[in-house]
Design a protein around this ligand. Structure first.
Ligand SMILES: [Zn+2]
Length: 308
């Protein structure tokens, strides 16, 4: 298995002028445990209740703007707050998998990953009626070291992955991977998060800290440039809508950890307004709402930029 070209043999073409919204449902502290040695003893503890408050806020914001999205759910959140998952489904969104305990895929053995995935799917499929066909790895941790995971995902009955970031970062990324949706294995699709090309390098534009920190006008210009090559995959965490969510920072003791947390807080106050501005000029849908993979009908000939 290799991902080594920006020109895949087979691409998906979006059926209309819209982009894709995705949400990773987790609380910041639980999902960051693998980054902090001081906190590793907290693995296995229940996610903080702030994930419920912030996800409900997200659902309300999306409903107000007619946005449908794919929600990749951390399974410990589903176990602790099952009604939240049902509420997401009741709002008409797609449900996907985000791992059981937010472990980095490349730190797991294939058998461990398969167990983690099976446990997650059993729990989620018992909670919702909609088909679950998509996966996003914690911290985008499907990299060259863990491409073996794709076969396991497909064997588990999933149809796509949304984890390979086409950039270079210390923790994640395959910088020369394709930047638009593509068939990564026969019958199995990859949906990379949006990037645009600046001075010969892929630059993230549509999620997380990149979205929080980019000024609105620059975000709009970069999104317009990036959307020339197809539908863009945006991503968001519910806690990024909440500038008052400081419980996680209080639990960190080392200076390096606390500084990282402060960096994660930047832009949260202005983020809801920035997202509302996006909703005013972009129509968003879920991944399978944009590409009906479960029916096998994946291609349509037209896509034009939808950012005004
Ligand atoms: Zn996550």
């Amino acid at each position: 298995m290799s991902v080594s070209t920006n020109e895949p043999a087979k691409r998906l073409v979006a059926p209309s002028t819209r982009h894709i919204m995705t949400v990773d449902v987790e609380d910041w502290y639980t999902s960051s445990l693998d980054l902090f040695a001081e906190a590793s003893a907290d693995h296995g503890k229940a996610p903080d209740a702030s994930v419920v408050r912030n996800t409900l806020r997200c659902l309300e914001l999306f409903a107000r703007h007619g946005c449908r999205a794919t929600f990749f759910i951390l399974t410990t959140v589903a176990e602790t707050y099952p009604d939240l998952v049902r509420e997401i489904e009741r709002h008409g969104h797609e449900i996907g998998v985000h791992g059981y305990q937010h472990r980095l895929v490349y730190n797991l053995k294939p058998a461990e990953f398969e167990d983690d995935l099976k446990k997650s799917l059993d729990i989620l499929r018992n909670l919702v009626r909609c088909p679950i066909v998509g996966f996003r790895a914690p911290y985008w941790s499907i990299t060259r070291k863990s491409l073996w995971a794709l076969e396991i995902l497909q064997r588990a009955g999933l149809r796509y992955d949304a984890s390979i970031f086409p950039i270079y970062r210390k923790l994640y990324g395959i910088p020369d991977a394709p930047v638009t949706p593509y068939e990564i294995r026969p019958g199995f699709w990859e949906f990379p998060p949006a990037t645009c090309r600046v001075l010969g390098v892929n630059v993230p534009v549509a999620g997380g800290g990149y979205l929080r920190m980019l000024p609105g006008a620059l975000l709009k210009a970069l999104t317009r440039q990036a959307s020339r090559s197809g539908a863009l995959v945006f991503y968001l965490h519910p806690y990024e809508l909440d500038p008052t969510d400081t419980h996680a920072g209080r639990r960190l003791t080392r200076l390096k950890s606390r500084l990282y947390f402060l960096q994660q807080m930047i832009g949260r106050k202005s983020n809801p307004g920035k997202i509302q501005n996006l909703f005013n000029c972009i129509r968003f849908d879920s991944i399978t709402g944009t590409y009906p993979l479960e029916t096998g009908s994946v291609a349509s000939p037209t896509l034009s930029p939808s950012v005004g």
